[in-house]
Design a protein around this ligand. Structure first.
Ligand code: HEM
Length: 601
């Protein structure tokens, strides 16, 4: 077998290994994957762009990446291996008053993060994700990322190292966090390769700023990049690191830490590959240090062909089904503009239920190409995303049970099918659906206030939602209601976690076999999501994790014309689509992006 074929075989094996892991829908995995690879929340608000490309903060000119990485370390540092408490749990929010958590950078980082958590992505997940972005965007390793951290709602124990502590104290602190004395040296070097020390926080180490409004920050090494200059400059004796090079020996903590094993670890880190691989594995452990009993998700790997934004809804007096297919495109290749992407689906009711009679299809209504810099992770992988948006009219009497996609490049290659690993993408229920275009959110300012934990001033507001859902006619529901959730709230108070009821809204006449119900909700946060429920004859039908971001400002896309007698490719002609997730940073990415005809393997 040629090495190319061997690689393809390996790619295929990897595919086989991962293919059992992911099936749509997996709301938590899907939300985490969108954050990691698109850099953003479901509504398009981008977290990664705050830090990427290795940005400095407007005003202070501090390294945002450094602030975010330090933030993750300080959140983790409350872990205690002896009793399994603490770790990355978001408790840092409540610990900023402590001297060990000195620093304006922390307050600004909190503001960066506060609008992003949601039901499936905790605050601590966001803190870890921010650190993964920070390291990657400044040229460091791509640290594998998992979600599932559980937020604490109170402060944890103290335990973050301060420069004036003794070496023994530092060793004990790192032991408690789960790191050996050697790992303490390497992890501190990995942290102190970006950012520096500020005059306001450590006036005994850094002279006062001469630029009004801008702190004087002395970087730990001569570059802003995540590189091993922190080690090589230290070993060469020309480091600018004020935690090494200071007449104030009490504060020379990096010197004490770095030389604590006779510089053996620092010498090993002077090899750039060792530095990168050590930092990758130690930072991964740091981000995954969580209280005992918390189980993290699988590693979040890229889903090459991802389905998102799926909903049955009513738009302009018509029942429509909306779905999007996100495909992956290498940055250095041109998008094939001749490509057609077709969605196929089966009815749920009637003669053609489950495609027994005929199958329907429609072309994509719109194609959207993403910015290749949406996330530093995809920027580093050399890929970007192309979204095929579908909007199709649906007859209420037929509804929809499942759907899938075919991609035809029109270049002689065979058609690629994306069918959820053979299961097709299910539309689990159609009893209750959300109608964003008949819902509104009014923003009511409550004036300015002082934030409790971070001492910053912000504008308080309440969002008043008037929400409309639709319930299938004839089901005679005993209750129509929603669980509303929001943990993206200014100043990190308890999350909104409430239940609201909808009542029949007969001012809207029935459409597409659905009756309308309305209700209202108030939230002081940024990211309300709803789990809709309807109780019918003792059964509860639910629609999980429905966003409220667009509502009456939903961009309208004209539905496509439907082919009522479609002929999907037969399974014998199907080229297997590598739609399984794969590992970030893998050298096999280029290979995996291709469709691998089975005969090559
Ligand atoms: C003995 C252990 C450590 C001590 C005593 C220590 C101490 C410090 C101090 C005093 C600063 C300056 C903060 C300021 O001026 O506001 C700092 C900055 C920083 N530390 Fe550490 N640190 C230690 C370990 C770590 C570790 C393990 C990491 C992460 C893996 C880390 C990441 C950072 C980063 C990224 C900055 C720069 C922040 C910025 O520029 O905004 N540190 N550290």
């Amino acid at each position: 077998m040629s090495s190319f074929k061997k690689s393809l075989a390996l790619a295929w094996l990897l595919h086989a290994q991962f293919s059992s892991a992911y099936r749509w829908p997996s709301p938590q995995y899907d939300a985490l994957e969108t954050f990691l690879y698109e850099g953003q929340r479901g509504d398009g608000s981008n977290l990664a762009s705050l830090v990427h490309p290795c940005r400095k903060r407007t005003g202070t000119m501090a390294s945002i990446a450094a602030e975010w990485l330090r933030f993750a370390f300080h959140d983790m540092a409350t872990h205690n291996v002896d009793d399994g408490s603490g770790g990355m749990d978001g408790s840092l929010v409540y610990e900023l008053g402590r001297s060990e958590n000195f620093g304006l950078g922390f307050n600004q980082t909190l503001t960066d993060f506060e609008t992003f958590p949601n039901k499936y992505v905790s605050r601590a997940d966001i803190f870890a994700l921010g650190a993964v972005f920070a390291v990657a965007t400044c040229g460091g390793p791509i640290v594998p990322y998992r979600g599932g951290r559980v937020d604490a709602w109170t402060a944890g124990i103290s335990g973050t190292p301060e420069p004036q502590n003794t070496l023994d104290t530092h060793k004990e602190m790192f032991r408690k966090q789960g790191f050996s004395s050697t790992e303490m040296i390497a992890l501190t070097a990995c942290g102190h390769t970006i950012g520096g020390v500020r005059d306001a926080d450590f006036p005994m180490l850094v002279s006062a700023s001469t630029t009004p409004g801008q702190p004087h920050i002395v970087d730990f090494d001569s570059t802003t990049q995540f590189d091993n200059k922190i080690a090589t400059e230290y070993l060469a004796g020309n480091t600018q690191n004020v935690l090494v090079n200071t007449p104030n020996t009490t504060m020379a903590s990096d010197l004490r830490v770095f030389m604590s094993d006779g510089n053996q670890t620092m010498r090993s880190l002077s090899d750039p590959n060792t530095f990168m691989s050590q930092c990758q594995s130690l930072l991964e452990r740091m981000f995954n240090t969580v209280p005992h009993g918390v189980s993290l998700t699988d590693e979040i790997t890229l889903i090459p062909a991802k389905v998102w934004g799926v909903q049955l809804t009513v738009e302009k007096d018509q029942l429509v089904f909306k779905a999007n297919l996100r495909l992956t495109q290498p940055t250095d290749s041109k998008l094939n503009m001749n490509r057609t992407v077709t969605m196929f689906w089966c009815d749920k009711y009637g003669d053609s239920a489950n495609c027994r009679g005929s199958t329907k299809s429609a072309p994509s209504a719109k194609v959207v190409q993403d910015d290749p810099n949406g996330s530093p992770i995809i920027a580093r992988m050399g890929i970007y995303f192309v979204h095929y948006n579908f909007v199709v009219p649906i007859q209420g009497s037929e509804s929809i049970s499942k759907f899938w996609f075919e991609v035809d490049e029109h270049n002689g290659t065979s058609t690629t099918v994306h069918n959820n690993e053979g299961d097709n993408y299910p539309v689990a229920q159609d009893q209750i659906i959300f109608v964003p275009t008949m819902s509104t959110a009014l923003f009511r300012s409550n004036g300015s206030y002082t934030k409790t934990y971070t001492n910053r001033n912000g504008e308080a507001f309440t969002k008043v939602y008037n929400l409309t859902v639709a319930v299938r006619q004839g089901s005679n529901p005993s209750r129509v209601y929603a669980s509303a959730f929001d943990n993206a709230i200014h100043d990190f108070p308890y999350a909104l976690n409430t239940t609201m009821d909808f009542s029949r809204n007969s001012s809207i006449s029935s459409i597409g076999g659905y009756d309308f119900y309305s209700g209202s909700l108030e939230d002081i946060g940024f990211q309300t999501t709803l789990d809709l429920h309807v109780d019918v004859d003792g059964t509860t039908y639910s629609e999980d994790f429905v966003p409220t971001s667009f509502l009456d400002n939903t961009p309208y896309i004209e539905p496509s014309t439907v082919n009522n007698d479609a002929h999907p490719v037969s399974s014998s002609r199907v080229t297997s689509a590598l739609s399984a997730p794969f590992v970030a940073g893998s050298t096999l990415i280029g290979l995996l992006l291709m469709s691998v005809p089975l005969h090559l393997v």
